[in-house]
Design a protein. Structure first.
Length: 143
């Protein structure tokens, strides 16, 4: 049970992220989560959007370099220690966490973690067995 994350390569120059977000806005694509990693010459904007297919078409037409990666989206209580529960399950099952970032939704008592792991299907199984709700691609638009 994964969701699609789009990683877009952007030049590390003023205004490039603005151009990217305007492109999404102009095409009615709702960005629900964002993480940026940077290097001296370029950055990688990792986004979760409401319509990954439409976003991919728009990005391709704009000539941007991007990739689509399966990631997990876990709904957790918005309280101290909730991330620990996920990390303990992953560690107990020898699943390596590559990176993570969070976003909030409309529910006040929930936070959402985007999780990139080396074994996404196995991680989905063990997290679900531990009672951690994984959000589906279809559920994203309701958050």
């Amino acid at each position: 049970m994964t969701v699609k994350q789009i990683s877009v390569f952007l030049e590390n120059k003023p205004g490039k992220l603005l151009e990217f977000t305007k492109l999404l806005r102009e095409n009615g694509i709702d960005m629900q989560a964002l993480s940026i990693a940077e290097a001296p010459d370029f950055g990688i904007a990792r986004v979760i959007v409401d319509d990954s297919y439409k976003a991919a078409c728009v990005l391709k037409d704009a000539g941007l370099i991007f990739s689509i990666t399966p990631v997990l989206a876990a709904a957790i209580p918005d309280k101290a220690g909730s991330l620990c529960a996920i990390l303990e399950v992953l560690s107990d099952h020898q699943i390596n966490l590559e990176y993570t970032y969070a976003f909030t939704g409309r529910q006040r008592d929930r936070a959402y973690m985007i999780i990139r792991v080396d074994q996404p299907e196995h991680a989905a199984d063990v997290l679900a067995a531990a009672g951690i709700h994984l959000v589906t691609q279809d559920e994203l638009s309701d958050l």
